[in-house]
Design a protein around this ligand. Structure first.
Ligand code: MG
Length: 243
């Protein structure tokens, strides 16, 4: 006959057995995700490579001259001819954060209004353009993977207001058999998804300063003759997708 004491003992033994068999313990022994301090809201993650935070453009070289020709006033870098700027460090799979503002007063129309660009590996442009009340061809508008894919929506702020891109990029890779494995773009503009895992198969977008399927390359900010302003640029290196 089972007594309450016996029942309690059986329950305790059963509980211990279940605890021993549970996979939770095994999971706890798996490698834990690396701890990263994200900083305050809107801040820079501790593992980011800071390319520009308002101090200087020492992390960049000029496109036409060894030193960047861009104006730097009160912590703001302004696209200034001749030429864009290349990061000195090179990146492959990465997460990129860029903050920019379109020129005010407004000048020009279509592709001539506030044109710049964020080029991954100096090859693949996410277009920067003043598309607040400014029509142009969809795959050339602000947030487009230039010449390839229009943004899902137009979330441009007014000229002079600060905007942001958060980009996750995986470059295309050349496989041992010579075939190209597609890379991808995912982009948020002002926190809104505008490019959703778009394949990247090409060697570069139209008029990109660099071309070719390579392992890594510099981040490039375009000078298109319009005074687009930048204030914060950082990059996090990512582990590539497993094949
Ligand atoms: Mg451009």
């Amino acid at each position: 006959m089972n007594t309450p004491k016996k029942n309690l003992r059986h329950f305790a033994i059963l509980s211990l057995l279940l605890l021993a068999l549970t996979p939770v313990g095994a999971r706890a022994e798996e490698p834990q995700p690396t701890v990263i301090d994200p900083g305050p809201p809107g801040g820079i993650p501790a593992d980011a490579v800071v390319l520009f935070d308002g101090k200087d453009l020492s992390q960049f070289r000029g496109e036409k001259h060894p030193e960047p020709t861009w104006k730097l006033v009160n912590g703001i870098a302004e696209s200034t001819p001749p030429g864009g700027i290349f990061s000195k460090e090179e990146f492959a799979d990465c997460q990129v954060h860029v903050e920019w503002a379109e020129p005010l007063p407004v000048k020009g129309e279509g592709q001539g209004r506030g044109n710049s660009g964020v080029y991954l590996m100096g090859r693949y442009e996410i277009q920067v353009l003043d598309c607040y009340n400014n029509k142009t061809y969809p795959n050339g508008q602000c947030g487009a993977f230039y010449g390839n894919n229009a943004p899902l929506v137009n979330v441009c702020r007014k000229p002079a207001e600060w905007q942001s891109y958060d980009i996750v990029f995986h470059p295309p890779k050349r496989l041992a058999d010579g075939k190209i494995k597609a890379g991808s773009f995912t982009v948020l503009q002002n926190g809104v998804l505008i490019q959703d895992d778009i394949p990247v198969m090409i060697e570069g977008t139209t008029a990109s300063p660099l071309r070719g399927i390579v392992e890594k390359g510099p981040l490039y900010l375009q000078d298109h003759g319009n005074p687009v302003r930048f204030r914060r640029v950082w990059v996090r290196r990512l582990n590539p997708h497993a094949d």
